[in-house]
Write a protein that binds this ligand. Structure first.
Ligand code: CMX
Length: 440
């Protein structure tokens, strides 16, 4: 299959790259906007500064993968034989090629990833050398870097590959890395929380079901949850920290292992992916504080106000781009309402959703009071007994690989250049402002 997918990718990407090159040659002077002094101080929000083909985020509507919304993909992407949730293999195919895969295409990717999934022995040893209390995201990042010894791209570059061919070894590295991530993540999970009692992979399963199996969860529902989870966390256009870090590091022609490890280090920040562990920590603290049970709306409001008064953020709420409820939150809520309508933690999540937007919405500086993807994900996992919440961001990371590595391969095929934005000192900014005020 990898040849089939690789051939299709090559067929699609080269005419696209040529078209874009011509477009810029002819119309490169067209202005896309202006940069204000405030934007320079606001983390470059709203500045368009890079090409990302895999997905695009609309502030009101949420994410679209290659033009398709999450509800649309529910209908279009192939499912497991006895399942209802989309298979993440399909969203990878879509992000890489722009085409909707058939059930057969997706099955071949599952088989291909299974064949590529063996980790070099030294990766386990690198992880084992770390203290057992090392945060799972640190273990994950180190494990990814340790696999770099197998980089096809690094090997080919050293031999002197023609730049027109970069995409080919980058495709191989990306496929190998994606194939191995569940094994690495499951190893870290079993080592950290289950006395290193490891579970071998099972042949013939899809990527998500095998991952759930290696974590120690074999039920149909957990496999379905994993398929949903790994699909919806896959990508969120190019400027978020994990995607941008991967893209930036890759732009120096660092290979997929260096680049994705950088992305994972960014995902480990509490304002980004780590928010999924912080949400559960916050909810469990709230429950403990109130002596257990389902808190009332008034109690939740009090707890939110206390969090804000202590100068902390309410995790799982707000977003740099979104201005409405994240459709990834809604997709998870729909799953929960179907499979676990009476679950305690899910009911708290829904009650928090009733209360928090009203409070955050009344604070002028907060631009988005609505929940993001991280507000719901942990509750679903806990329902099935995956309660070790400092592992949750690793699951996010396994999924995020699909988008950022598809884009990394696309970037090398399009010949995107090294990224090198300009910067300015505060003094320089002051002078520019003064000069404009004097001129006006
Ligand atoms: N709770 C309290 N304060 C919040 C807040 C929240 N949930 N969301 C934003 N604010 C505050 C910001 O901290 C900022 O305060 P200061 O000016 O004092 O620094 C102010 O409101 C303005 O922020 P903003 O422009 O609305 O949002 P940003 O683009 O700066 O930040 C985000 C976006 C996600 C980092 C922020 O909303 C946040 O910290 N949320 C909680 C953490 C979280 O859920 N992160 C996960 C995001 C999704 C993901 O990447 O996985």
């Amino acid at each position: 299959m990898s040849n089939q997918l690789k051939n299709l990718f090559s067929e699609v990407i080269h005419p696209h790259a040529a078209e874009v090159k011509n477009l810029i040659a002819e119309h490169g002077n067209v202005k896309l906007g202006e940069i204000t002094a405030a934007q320079v101080f606001s983390g470059m929000k709203g500045m368009v500064g890079m090409i990302t083909e895999t997905s695009k985020l609309d502030p009101e509507e949420g994410i679209r993968f290659r033009g398709y919304s999450i509800p649309e993909l529910y209908n279009l992407l192939p499912k497991a034989e006895n399942g209802n949730e989309p298979l993440p293999e399909g969203i990878f195919y879509l992000m890489l090629t722009g085409r909707i895969p058939s059930a057969e295409d997706v099955k071949s990717i599952s088989t291909d990833w299974e064949n590529r999934s063996v980790l070099p022995e030294h990766v386990y040893k690198a992880i084992d050398a770390l203290p057992i209390h090392t945060h799972p995201m640190t273990q994950f990042s180190i494990g990814i870097l340790a696999m770099r010894t197998d980089s096809v791209f690094a090997r080919e570059y050293e031999k002197g590959i023609n730049k027109k061919e970069y995409w080919n070894p980058m495709f191989e590295d990306s496929m190998n890395l994606i194939a191995r991530l569940p094994r690495l993540a499951a190893y870290i999970y079993r080592r950290t929380y289950h006395n290193n009692n490891q579970i071998e992979p099972k042949a013939g399963l899809d990527w998500s079901a095998n991952f759930a199996h290696m974590l120690g969860y074999d039920s149909h529902e957990v496999a379905e949850l994993m398929r949903l989870y790994l699909t919806i966390h896959a990508d969120h256009e190019g400027g978020n920290v994990s995607a941008h870090a991967t893209h930036l590091v890759g732009s120096a022609l660092s290979d997929a292992f260096y680049s994705f490890s950088a992305g994972i280090n960014g995902l480990a920040g509490p304002l980004h992916g780590l928010a999924n562990q912080e949400v559960i920590r916050w909810i469990l603290d709230l429950q403990k504080d109130l002596g257990g049970g389902l808190p009332t709306s008034e109690q939740i409001a009090q707890y939110v106000n206390r969090t804000l008064a202590e100068g902390k953020v309410v995790p799982g709420y707000g977003h740099a781009v979104l201005r409405k409820t994240d459709p990834r939150f809604t997709a998870q809520m729909d799953f929960a309402k179907k499979y676990m309508p009476d679950d305690d933690i899910c009911n708290i999540v829904w009650r928090v959703y009733d209360v928090v937007p009203g409070i955050l919405g009344s604070i002028k500086k907060i631009q988005n009071p609505w929940p993001n993807v991280d507000a719901h994900s942990g509750a679903l996992l806990i329902h099935y007994g995956i309660k070790e919440y400092d592992f949750f961001t690793v699951l996010f990371g396994v999924s995020r690989a699909l988008g950022v590595l598809a884009q990394l391969t696309i970037s090398r095929a399009m010949g995107l250049p090294i990224e090198r934005p300009g910067s300015i000192t505060s003094e320089g900014l002051k002078k520019r402002i003064q000069a404009q005020l004097t001129n006006s």
